[in-house]
Each structure stands twice: as C-alpha cells, then as structure tokens.
Ligand binder design. Structure first.
Ligand SMILES: [Zn+2]
Ligand SMILES: [Zn+2]
Length: 497
C-alpha cells in the first residue's frame, strides 16, 4: 500500500511539471520551453539550394579496400561517398618450383598491383622421359594414356607420370616392361587404375616399387618378378594378392593414405621381415600376412579395428604382438600356428576370441584374457603346449569344443562362476591339469572333455551332489570315459566316480 501511494504521487508530480514548463502557442508559431522563447517562422527562412563543388577523391581505393570522395557547398555542407575496392589485377603465372621427374612443380599467379598470391597450380611431375604411350578413352569420353613400353627411356629408376601431354596416364599395358633388365626401381602413379598382366615379366633387376595407385583391377601385377625386395604403398587400399608368394620381398612401407590391406596381399612372403604400418590403417583382410615366416615383430597401429581371418596365421617367427585398443573381435585363425609367439597383449574392450585364434602357439606360456571377453571359440588355444595357467573371464558361459585340447603344460585353470557348458574334448590331453573348481550353473560336459588329463583326479563343484548327478545324467554319457577323475567334491559331500 505504501509503495503504490508513492508511485501515484510520483506520476502526479511529473504531469504537473510538464504542464507547467512546456506550453505551445501554435497560433503565433512560437514554442515556449521553460520560459525562454524561440521563434521559428518557416515562411520567412530564405530557401538555400546547395551548390556543390566537383567530387574530389580523398582516399584512393585499393585492390581490397574501399576509397572515399567528398564535395562541399559554400554553406559548409559536405557530402561524402565511398568508392568500391578495385579488385586484384592478376599478373601472368610464374613457375616458383620446377616440376622434376618425381616431384610436382608449382606455378603461382600474383596480383600485378599489390603482389598478393591469387592462385597456385600444380605442375605435374614429368616422370621418366621417352616412355611409349597409346591413347585410350575413359568412361567420360576423355583422352587418357596407356603406357605401352619403355620406349627410348634410359632410366633405371622408371617413373610413370600421372599426366603426360596434358592427359591422365591411367593404365599400363600387358607386358609393357617385360624383359627390361635395366629397370631397378619403378613408380606407379596415383592415376593408374588398370595394370595388365606380366607387366614386369623378366625385368630381373627390378627390386623396388613405389606403388601409389589408389585401387586397381589387377591381380598380382608383379607375379613373375621375384627380384622385388621393397615396396612402398601410398594408395587407399593395398590390392589383394599384390605380393602373394614374393619370396624375396623384405620390406614393406604403408603410407598414411593406406586404410585397408586386402586379402592375401602378402601371403607367403617368406622373407618379409620389416613392416611399417600407417597410423591410419583400419582393416587387415583375410590371410593378408599368413605364412610370412620371417616376420618376428609387428607394430600394429592404434586406428586398426579389424584383423580378419588368418591375417597372421603361420607367421612362425612372430614373437610379440600387442593388439590395438579398438579391436573388439579376434577373428578365427588369426594367429594360428604362430609357434614362436610368446607375448601377446589383448585390448581391454575385446569381446571375443575366434576359433583357432591361437591354436598351435606352442611358445605361449601366459595370456591375460580381458574381463570383457564373452566368447572363446573352438580350438582357440588348442595345442598351446607351453601354456601354464589361464583365467577365463566371468562373462564367458561356454568352454567350446577342443578349446584347450593338447595344452600339455596347462596346470591351472580358473573358470568363471557362470560357466554353463564344457565342450567336447575341451581339455583333451591337458596332462598337467590339476584340480579346479566349477560353479553350479554348469549344465553339460561334452564327450571326452577331460580325456587324457592324467593329473586330474578331482573336481570341486559349487553345488549339491544331486545337482551334479542331474547334470551328468543329461550330459554326454562319455564325458568321463577316458578321464582319471574319481572324486567330485560337492557342497554337501563327495561323489566317487
Ligand atoms: Zn549549401
Ligand atoms: Zn592486388
């Protein structure tokens, strides 16, 4: 109430003040403000028409900034207008870097007024001079070139250019360099999408290849070129079979553009010992390095997400591998037969280990299986003859068939409490295996699961005798046929088999 009264009082005071100090007398064309009177008599003011001078530029416009012009009247009135920027005036192109045989050059265009760089164009590398070409059309009706032979080129380091006489070089003809014994090194440009057959047949000195083609429809273009010892890839995908069975290939480097290594790319490259993976590599396809028997260490990059079937199978010299953190699945057969593999680090988020993934890794003494793993395939660790101890994560519900068969050194196994089944021959011939404990969820044991487990006399079962008997009744009746197990310790007593 008190506040409202105060507001009302203020409004009333303001109205009174306005009426007191301001009064207009329109009849006299006079306005009185606060007692002083100013006369304005429109009809009596002499009309003035400005008479301006010519426009004068007071600020010149530049290539990029506006200018200004002004004019004035005697009365003191001034007018100002702005002037548009004039824009750059391109000069003629200047070669700032000459194209060489292998490297692109650069041509720049600058403003002839302010010298600002306006554009830059690539001058394609010249490649080797004297190669033979034939014109071919592409799908868009444009002219392309196919390299048909060595021509008059004398180089021992042959560089096929991406562009020749203004058109793209997109193909290499069948047998283009066959019998060229003088070629030591070859560069295939990024423009090439087709390579014929037997291109380097009999090019006996060819030892190094710079392979920049992104993709191609080729299959083992270097098939009859056993002299190759080194390849550098700078395409997106390394084609399948590209070096399949190259027995002299020692060193392979993958540039940062490489995302995928296609299947069988380096299969049975028995001398391959130096691999430099690109940091962007995402996928290694089936059997890409299987049988690379000289490979003793690999440094897999962090971006890698997929290592597919048999990728490093039978890499018999491989000692140490760390699986990158983004890999969730270890595919079937991935390290099968890696008889020297001693150190393997699995990533924290791994979900599954495929069939035969480490089968026959007879040097593997120890492996930590991450707690995130929920499935381990058939034969995954079969014949890992040195494996001493293993802990199965709680999330794994089934021990698959033959998973640990032939693990003759396996003494100690810790099974998760959730195990529901132990597969056929799961621990076949685990002759060192001692007593272990299994949870009450166990619902089946497969045929011969513990056959040949010569040291295994008893099992502890966290369940009742009745539960055990019920379980074995519905399990394969041959589950204990060849085993030494004679005692099952249950929570309510002992069962003698
Ligand atoms: Zn004027
Ligand atoms: Zn300019």
């Amino acid at each position: 109430m008190k506040k409202t009264a105060k507001i009302l009082f203020l409004i009333a005071s303001a109205l009174f003040y306005i009426s007191a100090v301001c009064s207009c007398d329109l009849a006299n064309n006079s306005l009185s403000i606060d007692g002083s009177t100013t006369a304005y008599e429109n009809q009596n003011i002499a009309t003035h028409v400005h008479s301006f001078t010519e426009w004068g530029v007071t600020k010149l416009p530049t290539c990029t900034q506006r200018g200004r012009k002004e004019r004035a009247c005697d009365c003191g009135e001034r007018e100002v207008e702005s002037l548009d920027a004039v824009g750059h005036l391109p000069g003629s192109g200047v070669v700032v870097k000459m194209a060489t045989k292998k490297e692109d050059g650069i041509e720049q265009t600058r403003c002839s007024v302010c010298n600002m760089k306006l554009s830059e164009e690539k001058i394609p590398a010249t490649g080797s001079i004297g190669l033979a070409y034939a014109p071919i059309g592409n799908a868009n009706g444009e002219k392309n070139w196919i390299v048909t032979g060595i021509g008059t080129c004398q180089d021992d380091d042959v560089v096929i250019p991406a562009v020749w006489e203004g058109c793209a070089v997109t193909a290499i003809a069948d047998r283009a360099f066959s019998g060229c014994r003088g070629i030591r090194e070859i560069t295939v440009p990024s423009s090439v999408t087709h390579i014929g057959s037997d291109v380097f047949l009999g090019a006996d000195s060819l030892s190094k290849v710079n392979y920049n083609a992104p993709y191609s429809d080729i299959d083992n273009p270097f098939l009859h070129t056993p002299s190759i010892t080194e390849i550098i890839f700078n395409g997106v995908a390394v084609p399948q079979n590209i070096c399949n069975s190259h027995s002299n290939l020692k060193k392979v480097t993958f540039g940062e553009s490489v995302l995928t290594i296609e299947k069988d790319a380096f299969r049975d490259c028995t001398s391959l010992s130096v691999l430099h993976f690109s940091k962007n590599l995402a996928t290694i396809e089936d059997c890409a390095f299987s049988g690379c028997s000289a490979l003793n260490g690999i440094n897999l990059p962090d971006h890698l997400t997929e290592i597919k079937y048999g990728a490093f199978e039978e890499c018999v010299s491989l000692v140490s591998v760390s699986i990158p953190k983004n890999v969730r699945v270890l595919s079937n057969d991935v390290f099968k037969g890696c008889v020297s593999l001693k150190n393997i680090t699995l990533p924290e988020q791994l979900k599954s280990i495929g069939d035969y993934a480490f089968a026959g890794c007879q040097s593997l003494v120890h492996i930590d299986i991450p707690e995130t793993v929920i499935s381990i395939g058939n034969d995954a660790f079969a014949n890992c003859a040195s494996l001493k101890k293993i802990k199965i994560p709680d999330g794994v519900k089934e021990i698959s068939g033959r998973t640990f068969s032939g693990c003759v050194s396996l003494k100690e196994i810790t099974l998760g409490g959730e195990i529901t089944s132990i597969g056929t021959l799961a621990f076949y011939q685990c002759e060192s295996l001692g007593a272990f404990t299994v949870g009450e969820n166990l619902a089946s044991i497969g045929n011969g699961a513990f056959d040949g487990c010569d040291s295994l006399y008893e099992i502890s079962f966290i369940g009742t005798k009745a539960q055990w008997e019920f379980m074995t009744k519905i399990s394969d009746r041959a589950w204990s046929s060849g085993s030494q197990i004679s005692i099952v310790r249950c929570t309510d007593g002992v069962i003698y088999l």
